[in-house]
Design a protein around this ligand. Structure first.
Ligand code: HXC
Length: 291
């Protein structure tokens, strides 16, 4: 499926595409033949990323737009400028903001700092693209990057968990509302994928990633290329019947805690032998009582 012309004649916007996972996904799309547009707050950084990617992939095109997606009018202006040079075929809502904090210490502005990016900014961008796609009757795909906290919640990142849960509901709602226009919306819920931007805010003391490894059934964190592959898969027309889904990519870390016996993953064969013997002894005693 990942043939090099998979995204030929496609043009995708990746918000926050200058760094981290946004950049990795954008590079994958470019590798598969897409033209990309990246936006973010730091114009110089975006231009440097675009230059490097175009140099690595001769013939490719990466445009940049400096924008703060918290500002609805700025988003509308950006989308207008992008459309002036040609329509988009897809949008990846990757831009996010987050930091860990005790919730009782959050000011209203602190909550807004996250919610305005993740919830409001994602909506502004999605709707600015969506209304154009609908008017032009253009088939398109939207992919939002969430987290597994949308199902479980998470302490210490409440504004992010609430906002991303809102984007999950947007994904489901618009998947139904816009399907008749040929627009589909899906989302990815990644587990831990250490990147510089996220880890500076989510692991500020720089402690080792042990907890992400020991608390993950696969015993490791995610590889950015795995996320990029999933993004390419979902953005492809080849799977366009997938609509309104949120798909976890976390090595099953998100569901590990909900298994009553997940702690037994550390048991040895000897532990299991003793457990089997104990249960068999109990069963034999019960049987003896019944006869
Ligand atoms: C408590 C804090 C705080 C902290 C900021 N604030 N940091 N409160 N603890 N650690 C408060 C400030 O005091 C202020 O409130 C308000 O938040 C706004 O802060 P500013 O610094 O003025 O905000 P701003 O410059 O707009 O920056 C936004 C930001 C910043 C979200 C705070 O971190 C940012 O720009 N982040 C973008 C990149 C990013 O976060 N990447 C990680 C994404 S990871 P007062 O009341 O004092 O004025 C992710 C999911 C990862 O999303 C999933 C992994 C499993």
């Amino acid at each position: 499926m990942f043939r090099t012309d998979l995204f030929k004649d496609k043009r995708f916007l990746v918000t926050g595409g200058g760094t981290g996972l946004g950049r990795v996904m954008m590079e994958k799309f470019v590798e598969l033949g897409a033209d990309c547009v990246i936006c973010g707050r730091r114009g110089g950084l975006l231009e440097e990323t675009a230059r490097q990617v175009m140099e690595k992939h001769p013939g490719s095109r990466v445009d940049t737009h400096a924008v703060d997606i918290r500002v609805a009018t700025a988003v509308e202006e950006m989308i207008e400028r992008i459309w002036a040079t040609g329509p988009l075929d897809g949008l990846v809502n990757n831009a996010a903001g987050n930091f860990i904090s005790q919730t009782k210490d959050l000011s209203p502005r602190a909550f807004d700092a996250i919610a305005n990016i993740v919830l409001h900014g994602t909506f502004y961008t999605t709707n600015a693209c969506g209304k154009r796609w609908i008017a032009e009757q253009r088939k398109a795909s939207v992919l939002s990057i969430l987290t597994t906290w949308i199902w479980t919640g998470s302490p210490f990142v409440v504004p992010s968990a609430m906002s991303k849960a809102g984007v999950a509901v947007m994904t489901q709602s618009l998947a139904v509302e816009w399907a008749r226009h040929g627009i589909r919306l899906n989302a990815i819920a990644p587990g831990p994928f250490p990147t510089e931007g996220a880890w500076a805010r989510l692991n500020p003391t720089g402690s080792s990633d042990d907890r992400y490894v020991t608390r993950n059934p696969m015993g490791r964190v995610g590889r950015p290329s795995e996320l990029a592959n999933m993004a390419a898969f979902l953005m492809s027309d080849e799977v366009e019947y997938i609509n309104g889904e949120v798909i976890a990519i976390d090595g099953a870390m998100g569901i590990m805690g909900s298994g009553t016996f997940s702690n037994m993953l550390s048991y040895s064969e000897d532990d299991w032998r003793r457990i089997r013997e104990q249960i068999q002894t109990t069963n034999a005693a019960d049987k003896a009582k019944r006869t």
